[in-house]
Ligand binder design. Sequence first.
Ligand SMILES: Cc1cc2nc3c(=O)[nH]c(=O)nc-3n(C[C@H](O)[C@H](O)[C@H](O)COP(=O)(O)OP(=O)(O)OC[C@H]3O[C@@H](n4cnc5c(N)ncnc54)[C@H](O)[C@@H]3O)c2cc1C
Length: 426
Amino acid sequence: MIEASRVEAVAPAHADSPQTPAATRAAGLARLDAFAPRAGRIYAADRNTDYGPDADDSVSHLSPYLRHRLVLEPEAIAAALSRHSVNAAEKFVQEVVWRGYFKGWLEQRPSVWSDYRRRVRADLARLDADSALDARYRAAVEGRTGIACFDAWATELAATGYLHNHARMWTASIWLFTLGLPWSLGADWFYRHLLDGDPASNTLSWRWVAGLHTRGKTYLARADNIARFTNGRFQPTPDSLASDAPALDEPAPPPAAMPAAPAPLPSDGAPVGLLLTEEDGHAESLGLDGATVAGVATLSAAEHRSPLAVSAAVVGFTGDAVADAAARAAAHWNVTAETLPAGVQWGDALAAWAQRLGVTRIVTAELPQGPAREALDTAQPTLDTAGLALYRIRRPYDAAIWPHATAGFFKVKKRIPKLLSELSLA
Ligand SMILES: Cc1cc2nc3c(=O)[nH]c(=O)nc-3n(C[C@H](O)[C@H](O)[C@H](O)COP(=O)(O)OP(=O)(O)OC[C@H]3O[C@@H](n4cnc5c(N)ncnc54)[C@H](O)[C@@H]3O)c2cc1C
Protein backbone atom coordinates (compact mmCIF):
# COMPACT_ATOMS: atom_id res chain seq x y z
CA MET A 1 0.00 0.00 0.00
CA ILE A 2 1.44 3.37 -0.96
CA GLU A 3 1.75 5.99 1.73
CA ALA A 4 -0.65 8.80 0.78
CA SER A 5 1.21 11.24 3.06
CA ARG A 6 4.48 11.01 1.13
CA VAL A 7 4.19 14.66 0.12
CA GLU A 8 7.01 17.18 -0.25
CA ALA A 9 7.61 19.62 2.59
CA VAL A 10 8.47 22.51 0.27
CA ALA A 11 6.39 25.61 -0.44
CA PRO A 12 3.56 24.22 -2.57
CA ALA A 13 1.89 26.11 -5.38
CA HIS A 14 -1.78 26.66 -4.71
CA ALA A 15 -4.36 26.90 -7.42
CA ASP A 16 -4.98 30.55 -6.57
CA SER A 17 -1.29 31.47 -6.20
CA PRO A 18 -0.38 34.67 -8.06
CA GLN A 19 2.29 32.58 -9.83
CA THR A 20 -0.28 30.15 -11.26
CA PRO A 21 -1.47 31.32 -14.68
CA ALA A 22 -5.18 31.52 -15.47
CA ALA A 23 -6.41 28.28 -17.06
CA THR A 24 -8.48 29.79 -19.83
CA ARG A 25 -8.22 29.87 -23.60
CA ALA A 26 -8.35 33.68 -23.45
CA ALA A 27 -5.27 33.75 -21.18
CA GLY A 28 -3.47 31.27 -23.45
CA LEU A 29 -4.23 33.29 -26.58
CA ALA A 30 -3.07 36.48 -24.82
CA ARG A 31 0.18 34.75 -23.93
CA LEU A 32 0.61 33.56 -27.52
CA ASP A 33 -0.04 37.07 -28.80
CA ALA A 34 2.53 38.56 -26.42
CA PHE A 35 5.12 35.89 -27.29
CA ALA A 36 4.70 35.77 -31.09
CA PRO A 37 7.03 38.72 -31.82
CA ARG A 38 9.84 36.76 -30.08
CA ALA A 39 9.11 33.38 -31.74
CA GLY A 40 11.74 33.88 -34.45
CA ARG A 41 15.46 34.50 -34.10
CA ILE A 42 15.23 35.74 -30.48
CA TYR A 43 13.74 32.42 -29.42
CA ALA A 44 16.25 30.40 -31.45
CA ALA A 45 19.22 32.29 -29.99
CA ASP A 46 18.16 32.54 -26.36
CA ARG A 47 15.79 29.65 -25.64
CA ASN A 48 18.41 27.61 -23.79
CA THR A 49 19.06 30.18 -21.06
CA ASP A 50 17.16 29.83 -17.80
CA TYR A 51 17.27 33.28 -16.19
CA GLY A 52 15.25 32.14 -13.15
CA PRO A 53 11.63 32.19 -12.07
CA ASP A 54 11.38 35.94 -11.53
CA ALA A 55 13.20 37.10 -14.67
CA ASP A 56 12.01 37.56 -18.24
CA ASP A 57 13.20 34.87 -20.61
CA SER A 58 12.84 34.06 -24.29
CA VAL A 59 10.65 30.97 -24.11
CA SER A 60 6.88 31.06 -24.54
CA HIS A 61 5.53 29.53 -21.29
CA LEU A 62 2.70 28.24 -23.49
CA SER A 63 3.05 24.62 -22.37
CA PRO A 64 0.14 24.46 -19.87
CA TYR A 65 -2.15 25.82 -22.62
CA LEU A 66 -0.82 23.57 -25.39
CA ARG A 67 -0.88 20.53 -23.12
CA HIS A 68 -4.61 20.96 -22.39
CA ARG A 69 -5.33 22.19 -25.91
CA LEU A 70 -6.70 25.47 -24.66
CA VAL A 71 -4.41 26.73 -27.41
CA LEU A 72 -3.87 24.35 -30.33
CA GLU A 73 -0.47 23.50 -31.78
CA PRO A 74 -1.48 24.75 -35.27
CA GLU A 75 -2.52 28.07 -33.69
CA ALA A 76 0.89 28.46 -32.02
CA ILE A 77 2.68 27.58 -35.27
CA ALA A 78 0.45 29.90 -37.32
CA ALA A 79 1.07 32.80 -34.89
CA ALA A 80 4.84 32.30 -35.20
CA LEU A 81 4.68 32.07 -39.00
CA SER A 82 2.50 35.15 -39.26
CA ARG A 83 5.32 37.21 -37.72
CA HIS A 84 8.44 35.41 -38.97
CA SER A 85 9.73 33.59 -42.01
CA VAL A 86 9.70 29.78 -41.98
CA ASN A 87 13.48 29.92 -41.51
CA ALA A 88 13.39 32.34 -38.59
CA ALA A 89 10.59 30.44 -36.81
CA GLU A 90 12.10 27.03 -37.57
CA LYS A 91 13.32 26.35 -34.02
CA PHE A 92 10.04 27.29 -32.34
CA VAL A 93 8.03 25.22 -34.82
CA GLN A 94 10.32 22.24 -34.21
CA GLU A 95 9.85 22.49 -30.45
CA VAL A 96 6.07 22.55 -30.82
CA VAL A 97 6.27 19.52 -33.11
CA TRP A 98 8.39 17.62 -30.50
CA ARG A 99 5.24 17.52 -28.37
CA GLY A 100 3.25 15.81 -31.13
CA TYR A 101 6.16 13.50 -31.88
CA PHE A 102 6.30 12.28 -28.26
CA LYS A 103 2.52 11.79 -28.22
CA GLY A 104 2.61 9.80 -31.43
CA TRP A 105 5.57 7.72 -30.22
CA LEU A 106 3.68 6.74 -27.06
CA GLU A 107 0.40 6.11 -28.91
CA GLN A 108 2.30 3.58 -30.98
CA ARG A 109 3.77 1.88 -27.88
CA PRO A 110 1.12 2.05 -25.14
CA SER A 111 2.95 -0.57 -23.07
CA VAL A 112 5.68 2.01 -22.33
CA TRP A 113 3.01 4.02 -20.47
CA SER A 114 1.52 1.02 -18.62
CA ASP A 115 5.04 -0.17 -17.68
CA TYR A 116 5.79 3.29 -16.31
CA ARG A 117 2.61 3.21 -14.19
CA ARG A 118 3.61 -0.21 -12.76
CA ARG A 119 7.19 0.91 -12.21
CA VAL A 120 6.14 3.98 -10.18
CA ARG A 121 4.22 1.74 -7.78
CA ALA A 122 7.06 -0.76 -7.52
CA ASP A 123 9.68 1.97 -6.96
CA LEU A 124 7.53 3.68 -4.31
CA ALA A 125 7.33 0.32 -2.55
CA ARG A 126 11.15 0.12 -2.74
CA LEU A 127 11.35 3.38 -0.78
CA ASP A 128 9.43 1.73 2.05
CA ALA A 129 11.92 -1.11 2.12
CA ASP A 130 15.16 0.90 1.72
CA SER A 131 15.60 3.72 4.23
CA ALA A 132 18.79 5.11 2.59
CA LEU A 133 17.03 5.35 -0.79
CA ASP A 134 14.01 6.87 0.92
CA ALA A 135 16.17 9.53 2.62
CA ARG A 136 17.81 10.45 -0.72
CA TYR A 137 14.40 10.60 -2.39
CA ARG A 138 12.92 12.84 0.31
CA ALA A 139 15.93 15.17 0.28
CA ALA A 140 15.57 15.52 -3.51
CA VAL A 141 11.84 16.21 -3.69
CA GLU A 142 12.06 18.58 -0.72
CA GLY A 143 15.01 20.49 -2.22
CA ARG A 144 17.48 19.56 0.55
CA THR A 145 20.26 17.78 -1.34
CA GLY A 146 22.88 20.50 -0.75
CA ILE A 147 23.29 20.91 -4.54
CA ALA A 148 22.19 24.55 -4.77
CA CYS A 149 20.89 24.51 -8.34
CA PHE A 150 18.97 21.25 -7.89
CA ASP A 151 17.43 22.46 -4.61
CA ALA A 152 16.39 25.75 -6.25
CA TRP A 153 14.71 23.90 -9.15
CA ALA A 154 12.92 21.55 -6.73
CA THR A 155 11.58 24.58 -4.87
CA GLU A 156 10.66 26.38 -8.10
CA LEU A 157 8.80 23.32 -9.40
CA ALA A 158 6.67 23.11 -6.26
CA ALA A 159 6.10 26.87 -6.11
CA THR A 160 5.26 27.54 -9.77
CA GLY A 161 4.32 24.25 -11.47
CA TYR A 162 6.84 25.09 -14.20
CA LEU A 163 10.54 24.64 -14.99
CA HIS A 164 12.50 25.87 -17.98
CA ASN A 165 13.37 23.06 -20.42
CA HIS A 166 17.08 23.23 -19.65
CA ALA A 167 16.37 23.12 -15.89
CA ARG A 168 14.21 20.02 -16.48
CA MET A 169 17.12 18.38 -18.30
CA TRP A 170 19.67 19.26 -15.60
CA THR A 171 17.31 18.27 -12.77
CA ALA A 172 16.50 14.91 -14.34
CA SER A 173 20.17 14.23 -15.04
CA ILE A 174 21.28 15.08 -11.48
CA TRP A 175 18.39 12.99 -10.10
CA LEU A 176 19.54 9.97 -12.09
CA PHE A 177 23.31 10.16 -12.26
CA THR A 178 24.39 12.21 -9.20
CA LEU A 179 21.70 11.20 -6.71
CA GLY A 180 21.22 7.68 -8.09
CA LEU A 181 17.42 7.80 -7.85
CA PRO A 182 14.98 5.76 -9.98
CA TRP A 183 13.88 7.55 -13.16
CA SER A 184 10.24 6.59 -12.69
CA LEU A 185 10.03 8.43 -9.36
CA GLY A 186 11.60 11.52 -10.90
CA ALA A 187 9.04 11.43 -13.70
CA ASP A 188 6.28 10.94 -11.11
CA TRP A 189 7.56 13.89 -9.06
CA PHE A 190 7.54 16.20 -12.13
CA TYR A 191 4.16 14.88 -13.25
CA ARG A 192 2.56 15.62 -9.85
CA HIS A 193 3.69 19.26 -10.02
CA LEU A 194 3.90 20.40 -13.65
CA LEU A 195 0.90 22.38 -14.89
CA ASP A 196 1.91 21.13 -18.34
CA GLY A 197 2.44 17.58 -16.99
CA ASP A 198 1.99 15.34 -20.01
CA PRO A 199 2.20 11.54 -20.05
CA ALA A 200 4.14 11.47 -23.31
CA SER A 201 6.44 14.52 -23.05
CA ASN A 202 7.27 13.88 -19.40
CA THR A 203 7.73 10.10 -19.40
CA LEU A 204 9.64 10.04 -22.67
CA SER A 205 11.86 13.02 -21.73
CA TRP A 206 12.88 11.24 -18.52
CA ARG A 207 13.54 8.09 -20.53
CA TRP A 208 15.56 10.19 -22.99
CA VAL A 209 17.78 11.58 -20.20
CA ALA A 210 18.23 8.01 -18.88
CA GLY A 211 19.30 6.64 -22.26
CA LEU A 212 16.13 4.59 -22.74
CA HIS A 213 14.53 6.64 -25.52
CA THR A 214 17.48 7.14 -27.87
CA ARG A 215 18.88 3.89 -26.55
CA GLY A 216 22.32 4.19 -24.99
CA LYS A 217 22.46 7.99 -25.38
CA THR A 218 22.09 9.82 -22.05
CA TYR A 219 22.15 13.47 -21.00
CA LEU A 220 24.85 14.51 -18.51
CA ALA A 221 24.40 17.81 -16.59
CA ARG A 222 27.78 19.58 -16.57
CA ALA A 223 28.84 22.33 -14.16
CA ASP A 224 30.10 24.68 -16.90
CA ASN A 225 26.93 24.26 -18.96
CA ILE A 226 24.76 25.05 -15.90
CA ALA A 227 26.83 28.16 -15.07
CA ARG A 228 26.65 29.39 -18.66
CA PHE A 229 22.96 28.76 -19.30
CA THR A 230 21.77 30.04 -15.93
CA ASN A 231 23.58 33.29 -16.70
CA GLY A 232 25.91 32.62 -13.76
CA ARG A 233 23.11 32.22 -11.20
CA PHE A 234 24.48 28.80 -10.28
CA GLN A 235 28.15 27.80 -10.25
CA PRO A 236 28.27 24.16 -9.14
CA THR A 237 31.73 22.73 -8.64
CA PRO A 238 32.45 19.98 -11.17
CA ASP A 239 33.04 17.42 -8.41
CA SER A 240 29.55 18.04 -6.94
CA LEU A 241 27.98 16.47 -10.05
CA ALA A 242 28.35 13.01 -11.59
CA SER A 243 31.11 12.91 -14.18
CA ASP A 244 29.51 10.24 -16.31
CA ALA A 245 26.02 9.11 -17.23
CA PRO A 246 25.85 5.39 -17.93
CA ALA A 247 22.71 4.52 -19.86
CA LEU A 248 20.05 2.51 -18.06
CA ASP A 249 19.07 -0.73 -19.67
CA GLU A 250 15.65 -2.26 -20.18
CA PRO A 251 14.16 -4.67 -22.69
CA ALA A 252 13.40 -2.77 -25.92
CA PRO A 253 9.76 -1.66 -26.24
CA PRO A 254 7.57 -3.60 -28.68
CA PRO A 255 7.59 -2.47 -32.33
CA ALA A 256 5.56 0.63 -33.12
CA ALA A 257 1.93 0.01 -34.10
CA MET A 258 -0.21 2.95 -35.15
CA PRO A 259 -3.67 2.88 -33.46
CA ALA A 260 -6.46 2.52 -36.02
CA ALA A 261 -8.32 5.68 -37.00
CA PRO A 262 -11.45 6.00 -34.83
CA ALA A 263 -14.82 5.29 -36.44
CA PRO A 264 -16.46 8.53 -37.67
CA LEU A 265 -19.54 9.92 -35.96
CA PRO A 266 -22.53 8.99 -38.18
CA SER A 267 -24.01 12.06 -39.86
CA ASP A 268 -27.67 11.06 -39.33
CA GLY A 269 -28.38 13.96 -36.95
CA ALA A 270 -29.01 11.77 -33.86
CA PRO A 271 -28.28 13.79 -30.71
CA VAL A 272 -24.93 13.30 -28.95
CA GLY A 273 -23.50 14.13 -25.54
CA LEU A 274 -20.16 15.93 -25.80
CA LEU A 275 -17.59 14.80 -23.21
CA LEU A 276 -14.74 17.18 -22.41
CA THR A 277 -11.60 16.19 -20.51
CA GLU A 278 -8.24 17.73 -19.72
CA GLU A 279 -6.90 16.32 -23.00
CA ASP A 280 -8.68 18.75 -25.30
CA GLY A 281 -10.03 22.15 -24.32
CA HIS A 282 -11.29 23.36 -27.70
CA ALA A 283 -14.31 21.30 -28.75
CA GLU A 284 -15.47 24.12 -31.04
CA SER A 285 -12.77 23.08 -33.54
CA LEU A 286 -13.39 19.31 -33.43
CA GLY A 287 -15.49 19.43 -36.59
CA LEU A 288 -18.81 18.82 -34.83
CA ASP A 289 -20.75 21.72 -36.26
CA GLY A 290 -22.98 19.36 -38.26
CA ALA A 291 -23.80 17.27 -35.16
CA THR A 292 -26.73 17.73 -32.80
CA VAL A 293 -25.00 18.31 -29.49
CA ALA A 294 -27.59 17.85 -26.74
CA GLY A 295 -25.37 18.63 -23.76
CA VAL A 296 -21.81 18.92 -22.51
CA ALA A 297 -20.18 17.12 -19.58
CA THR A 298 -16.71 17.34 -18.10
CA LEU A 299 -14.56 14.76 -16.37
CA SER A 300 -11.01 15.15 -15.15
CA ALA A 301 -8.47 12.50 -14.17
CA ALA A 302 -5.84 14.96 -12.90
CA GLU A 303 -5.86 13.37 -9.45
CA HIS A 304 -4.92 10.04 -11.00
CA ARG A 305 -1.60 11.27 -12.35
CA SER A 306 0.12 9.45 -9.50
CA PRO A 307 -0.49 7.11 -6.57
CA LEU A 308 0.76 10.06 -4.47
CA ALA A 309 -1.00 13.38 -3.94
CA VAL A 310 -1.02 15.60 -7.02
CA SER A 311 -0.30 19.29 -6.35
CA ALA A 312 -3.22 21.61 -5.62
CA ALA A 313 -2.05 23.81 -8.48
CA VAL A 314 -2.29 20.94 -11.00
CA VAL A 315 -5.75 19.92 -9.79
CA GLY A 316 -6.87 23.57 -9.79
CA PHE A 317 -5.42 24.41 -13.21
CA THR A 318 -6.85 21.26 -14.80
CA GLY A 319 -10.28 21.79 -13.23
CA ASP A 320 -10.35 25.41 -14.40
CA ALA A 321 -9.20 24.39 -17.90
CA VAL A 322 -12.05 21.88 -18.37
CA ALA A 323 -14.53 24.36 -16.87
CA ASP A 324 -13.39 27.01 -19.37
CA ALA A 325 -13.67 24.49 -22.22
CA ALA A 326 -17.17 23.49 -21.05
CA ALA A 327 -18.41 27.08 -20.77
CA ARG A 328 -17.27 27.84 -24.32
CA ALA A 329 -18.73 24.61 -25.70
CA ALA A 330 -22.05 25.15 -23.90
CA ALA A 331 -22.28 28.67 -25.37
CA HIS A 332 -21.25 27.44 -28.83
CA TRP A 333 -24.00 24.76 -28.98
CA ASN A 334 -26.42 26.62 -26.74
CA VAL A 335 -26.76 23.70 -24.31
CA THR A 336 -26.03 23.18 -20.63
CA ALA A 337 -22.75 21.85 -19.24
CA GLU A 338 -22.44 19.51 -16.27
CA THR A 339 -19.37 18.78 -14.21
CA LEU A 340 -19.58 15.06 -13.50
CA PRO A 341 -18.39 14.12 -10.00
CA ALA A 342 -14.68 13.36 -9.62
CA GLY A 343 -13.62 10.13 -7.95
CA VAL A 344 -16.48 8.00 -9.33
CA GLN A 345 -16.29 5.37 -12.06
CA TRP A 346 -16.51 7.27 -15.33
CA GLY A 347 -18.77 4.55 -16.79
CA ASP A 348 -21.47 5.05 -14.14
CA ALA A 349 -21.26 8.85 -14.32
CA LEU A 350 -21.44 8.88 -18.12
CA ALA A 351 -24.29 6.38 -18.31
CA ALA A 352 -26.36 8.40 -15.83
CA TRP A 353 -25.61 11.66 -17.70
CA ALA A 354 -26.48 10.15 -21.09
CA GLN A 355 -29.75 8.89 -19.66
CA ARG A 356 -30.58 12.38 -18.30
CA LEU A 357 -29.83 13.84 -21.73
CA GLY A 358 -31.71 11.11 -23.58
CA VAL A 359 -28.77 10.27 -25.88
CA THR A 360 -27.24 6.96 -26.88
CA ARG A 361 -24.08 8.50 -28.33
CA ILE A 362 -21.18 10.19 -26.62
CA VAL A 363 -18.51 12.00 -28.57
CA THR A 364 -15.12 13.15 -27.31
CA ALA A 365 -11.69 14.12 -28.61
CA GLU A 366 -9.48 11.05 -28.90
CA LEU A 367 -7.75 10.60 -25.57
CA PRO A 368 -4.05 9.79 -25.85
CA GLN A 369 -2.30 7.48 -23.36
CA GLY A 370 -2.65 8.79 -19.82
CA PRO A 371 -4.97 8.72 -16.79
CA ALA A 372 -8.03 10.08 -18.65
CA ARG A 373 -7.65 7.40 -21.32
CA GLU A 374 -7.27 4.73 -18.62
CA ALA A 375 -10.49 5.94 -16.97
CA LEU A 376 -12.38 5.92 -20.28
CA ASP A 377 -11.06 2.47 -21.24
CA THR A 378 -12.20 1.19 -17.83
CA ALA A 379 -15.62 2.76 -18.48
CA GLN A 380 -16.08 1.04 -21.84
CA PRO A 381 -17.82 -2.16 -20.57
CA THR A 382 -20.31 -0.05 -18.56
CA LEU A 383 -21.01 2.08 -21.63
CA ASP A 384 -21.50 -1.07 -23.71
CA THR A 385 -23.93 -2.50 -21.17
CA ALA A 386 -25.85 0.79 -21.13
CA GLY A 387 -26.09 0.67 -24.94
CA LEU A 388 -23.98 3.81 -25.34
CA ALA A 389 -21.76 4.27 -28.37
CA LEU A 390 -18.56 6.26 -27.80
CA TYR A 391 -17.06 8.20 -30.72
CA ARG A 392 -13.54 9.60 -30.54
CA ILE A 393 -12.31 12.35 -32.83
CA ARG A 394 -8.69 12.41 -33.94
CA ARG A 395 -7.46 15.87 -34.87
CA PRO A 396 -5.86 16.27 -38.34
CA TYR A 397 -2.70 17.57 -36.61
CA ASP A 398 -2.29 14.29 -34.69
CA ALA A 399 -3.22 12.24 -37.75
CA ALA A 400 -0.48 14.03 -39.70
CA ILE A 401 2.30 13.54 -37.11
CA TRP A 402 1.67 10.28 -35.26
CA PRO A 403 2.27 7.80 -38.11
CA HIS A 404 5.82 9.21 -38.52
CA ALA A 405 6.72 8.97 -34.82
CA THR A 406 8.08 5.47 -35.23
CA ALA A 407 11.73 6.10 -34.33
CA GLY A 408 13.73 9.22 -33.38
CA PHE A 409 12.53 12.83 -33.80
CA PHE A 410 14.65 13.29 -36.93
CA LYS A 411 12.14 11.45 -39.11
CA VAL A 412 9.34 13.79 -38.04
CA LYS A 413 11.56 16.89 -38.19
CA LYS A 414 12.40 16.13 -41.83
CA ARG A 415 8.70 16.11 -42.63
CA ILE A 416 7.92 19.49 -41.06
CA PRO A 417 7.74 21.39 -44.40
CA LYS A 418 5.30 18.77 -45.71
CA LEU A 419 3.34 18.85 -42.47
CA LEU A 420 3.01 22.64 -42.64
CA SER A 421 1.70 22.46 -46.17
CA GLU A 422 -0.68 19.53 -45.42
CA LEU A 423 -2.15 21.56 -42.55
CA SER A 424 -2.21 24.77 -44.67
CA LEU A 425 0.12 26.48 -42.22
CA ALA A 426 2.75 27.53 -44.76
C1 LIG B 1 12.65 15.77 -17.96
C2 LIG B 1 11.69 16.58 -18.80
C3 LIG B 1 10.33 16.53 -18.53
C4 LIG B 1 9.43 17.25 -19.34
N1 LIG B 1 8.08 17.17 -19.06
C5 LIG B 1 7.19 17.83 -19.85
C6 LIG B 1 5.80 17.74 -19.60
O1 LIG B 1 5.34 17.04 -18.70
N2 LIG B 1 4.96 18.46 -20.40
C7 LIG B 1 5.43 19.25 -21.43
O2 LIG B 1 4.62 19.90 -22.11
N3 LIG B 1 6.74 19.31 -21.70
C8 LIG B 1 7.64 18.64 -20.94
N4 LIG B 1 8.98 18.73 -21.21
C9 LIG B 1 9.40 19.46 -22.43
C10 LIG B 1 9.76 20.94 -22.24
O3 LIG B 1 10.64 21.08 -21.18
C11 LIG B 1 8.54 21.83 -22.00
O4 LIG B 1 7.55 21.59 -22.98
C12 LIG B 1 8.93 23.31 -22.10
O5 LIG B 1 9.97 23.60 -21.20
C13 LIG B 1 7.72 24.17 -21.80
O6 LIG B 1 8.08 25.52 -21.69
P1 LIG B 1 7.64 26.58 -22.80
O7 LIG B 1 6.21 26.45 -23.08
O8 LIG B 1 8.14 27.91 -22.34
O9 LIG B 1 8.49 26.03 -24.03
P2 LIG B 1 8.93 26.71 -25.40
O10 LIG B 1 10.41 26.57 -25.49
O11 LIG B 1 8.38 28.06 -25.56
O12 LIG B 1 8.35 25.72 -26.49
C14 LIG B 1 7.07 25.89 -27.09
C15 LIG B 1 6.26 24.64 -26.92
O13 LIG B 1 6.89 23.55 -27.59
C16 LIG B 1 6.71 22.34 -26.85
N5 LIG B 1 8.03 21.86 -26.43
C17 LIG B 1 9.15 22.60 -26.23
N6 LIG B 1 10.19 21.80 -25.90
C18 LIG B 1 9.71 20.55 -25.88
C19 LIG B 1 10.28 19.28 -25.62
N7 LIG B 1 11.58 19.13 -25.32
N8 LIG B 1 9.49 18.19 -25.67
C20 LIG B 1 8.18 18.29 -25.97
N9 LIG B 1 7.59 19.47 -26.25
C21 LIG B 1 8.33 20.58 -26.21
C22 LIG B 1 5.86 22.68 -25.64
O14 LIG B 1 4.50 22.41 -25.92
C23 LIG B 1 6.11 24.18 -25.46
O15 LIG B 1 5.07 24.85 -24.83
C24 LIG B 1 9.91 18.02 -20.42
C25 LIG B 1 11.28 18.07 -20.68
C26 LIG B 1 12.16 17.37 -19.87
C27 LIG B 1 13.65 17.45 -20.17
